[in-house]
Design a protein around this ligand. Sequence first.
Ligand code: PLP
Length: 590
Amino acid sequence: MAAAAKAPAPARAIQASRSGRNSNKGGVASLALAWLQLALTYDNARTAVFLVVVVRYLDRLLRHLKVYGLTASLHQVYRAISARAFALLLKTPAAKRKVNRELRDAMKDVEAKIVPRPKHIESQHRLPVLGKETEWLRSELAKLQKMEAGGVDANTVATLWQMRDGQSVWKDGKVSGAVYHGGDDLSDLVSETIKAFLLTNPLHPDVFPGVRKMEAEVVQMALRMYNAPETGAGATSSGGTESILLACLAMREWGRRTKGITEPELVVPVSVHAAFDKASTYFGIKIHHIPVDPVTRKVKLGRVARAINRNTIGLVGSAPNFPDGVIDDIPSLGVLAKKHNILLHVDCCLGSFLVPFLEKAGFPSEPFDFRVEGVTSISCDTHKYGFGPKGLSTILYRTSELRRFQYYVKTDWPGGVYATPTLSGSRPGSIIAGTWTAMMKLGESGYTQSCRDIVGAAKTIASRIETEVPDLYVLGKPLVSVVAFASRPGTTVSIYDVGDGMSARGWHMNGLSGDISAIHIAVTRLTVPVVDEFISDLKQVTAEARKKAGKKEGGKEGSMKALYGLGTGVSAGMVIGELASRFIDTLYLV
Ligand SMILES: *Cc1c(COP(=O)(O)O)cnc(C)c1O
């Protein structure tokens, strides 16, 4: 800091030169030379570097203020300081002991639930010395398939991660999202296909030409579904997350190679999938989360515009988003993207094989695909409403030049020239083949019908909540399969009590912790036949929650309420973060 207080370097240099060389008539040139010599001293260089750093930080600070405004920025500073303080506090032995004890207790419940160790199934800790008999394997596999999650008392955080798996649970249609079942006939056909292509690997197109053909066709069919122009190009990936990672990677590389952007920034609605944050972390992209309108649930366009600067590589919109199933205003995002010469990705991972069929199925829709100018890439999951086997998605681009930015090529690898289109090396040809089968089997007619059934059921749920459950209201205007709902302002009903009540009746709902506390259901084919049961349960559970709220002591808290009741404060965030990591650790216990 001291350097800044001194007289500016050029001024001092000039003073020195004047006093030293007054007699010299060399004039301006020698004066300039002397100025330069003196200006290049260590001290001055240090001042100059300091000034450059200050200017850069100021520039960053101003850009940050432009995106978030003063109040929100101050709040962020406050949060950052509290996080530091809380982290320090947690380091004290007493606090460490207390937190550890509580987390351990919570994790005991989680472990009991998701790592059940039933007596009749052996645990395997090492390779069998001698390979097992086929008969033994068949019987063991049958047991594993029927294995149920451990029973624990209702007041456990485990239910939050909805690990009550086992076939019987999802088959009755009470699970939100998770299982995208295309019907038993389709499942049989896809299984046959997977068996036939079990050992194939598209990394070797010369060895498996049939798989290469099927992959190209899956991508081409998806491009057509999303009305890509003739220049359109795409690839398959291992799932929606990988498609999003690839889209972000391509954006970053596009920004670097065509605009020289070295500190890339991405502007996304708060409602986008967490995979964009994952991409930001993995690929060193700064991400700006823009709030959504509290009523429409669409991203606030004015705030998006304010967040764009010379480092921005692209924008993102969802069609629809995961939390409340709303489609962002894609045409307006497209206008912004074009105006600033940046890219626009539309996340249709969830919309997948529903949004392209909304109009054909007779439902209202909003523009979301390549027909919207400015849209440069789209992610579409075949393993969601495409009813393909898990482990496949597509990433689609407006041009093949854009697709190039996600490729990886290494020409001097000792193992030979190495080039892959996506994150993986070897890939499962069987999953691609299974997806091709599902798409060919259903066709436009099949997907239009499934859209009619699924979106129809979602619409029924939304309108019946609005008319029959006065304590609740539906967020935004959901056009696709997700219906999110919250407690109406003024009622005493806690929406998380409702979530816990539904959970007690076997429903697996998703808790949402955004600006509005809410829960949602993602309707699948399995939900369609149980809509009446859902509404009837929801009515009863809401009535119970109202009674509970009336009493002073609400009794035992349910797990959803316990977790989301912690709020979104700094300390809650850190505790939940630790809990989540321990949860992942638990997944690898034998
Ligand atoms: C499911 C989903 C994704 C991707 O999820 P994966 O589990 O990786 O397939 C992305 N965006 C939205 C909106 C989603 O619902």
